[in-house]
Design a protein around this ligand. Structure first.
Ligand code: AMP
Ligand code: ZN
Length: 141
C-alpha cells in the first residue's frame, strides 16, 4: 500500500486546494503556507526526490512551472518569488514525494528567510576548477 500523502492527494482520497492539473503534474496550495499563494507542484508519478527523477518527469514538471509562477504573480503581485525543493531530510525534506515550492515574496517580514554564507576565500579558482572536474567525472555514471 502506498502511504504517500501526496499520492493520496493525486488520487483524491485526501483533500487539497488544487490550482492546476494536467496529465503529468498537479499544483495545489501548501497546507502550511509561508506566504500568501505558497503553492506546491508535484509530478503525478511517485518520485522520492530530485536524485531519483527520470528526465521525462523533470521535463513535464518544469514545463508547468512558469504557468504556476505567473498565475501566482498575476493573482497577488508579489515583489519576487523563491522556487525551491528540499532533497533529503538533512536538507529539510519532510514529504518524500518530490515537490517544488513556489513562495511569493512580499517584504522583509513575509516569513521567508534564506541564510547564504559565501566562502570565496576557501574556494579559490583552482579549487573550483577541480571541483567542477569531479562533478563532470560523475555525470552519466
Ligand atoms: P518539505 O519540507 O520541503 O518536504 O515540504 C513539505 C510541505 O508539504 C510543507 O510545506 C507542508 O506544509 C506541506 N504539506 C504537508 N502535508 C500537506 C497536505 N496534506 N496538503 C498540502 N500541503 C502539505
Ligand atoms: Zn507519492
Amino acid at each position: 500500500m502506498n502511504d504517500c500523502i501526496f499520492c493520496k492527494i493525486i488520487e483524491g482520497s485526501i483533500p487539497s486546494n488544487k490550482v492546476y492539473e494536467d496529465e503529468h503534474v498537479l499544483a495545489f496550495m501548501d497546507v502550511a503556507p509561508v506566504s500568501k499563494g505558497h503553492t506546491l507542484l508535484i509530478p503525478k508519478q511517485h518520485v522520492k526526490d530530485l536524485f531519483e527523477m527520470p528526465e521525462e518527469v523533470a521535463r513535464n514538471l518544469y514545463a508547468a512551472a512558469p504557468k504556476i509562477a505567473n498565475a501566482i504573480k498575476k493573482a497577488f503581485n508579489p515583489q519576487g518569488m523563491n522556487t525551491l525543493n528540499n532533497n533529503g531530510s538533512f536538507a529539510g525534506q519532510t514529504v518524500f514525494h518530490y515537490h517544488l515550492h513556489f513562495i511569493p515574496r512580499y517584504d522583509e517580514t513575509d516569513g521567508f528567510q534564506m541564510k547564504w554564507e559565501v566562502k570565496q576565500n576557501e574556494f579559490t579558482p583552482d579549487k573550483l576548477k577541480s571541483i567542477a572536474e569531479e562533478i563532470k567525472d560523475n555525470l552519466n555514471k
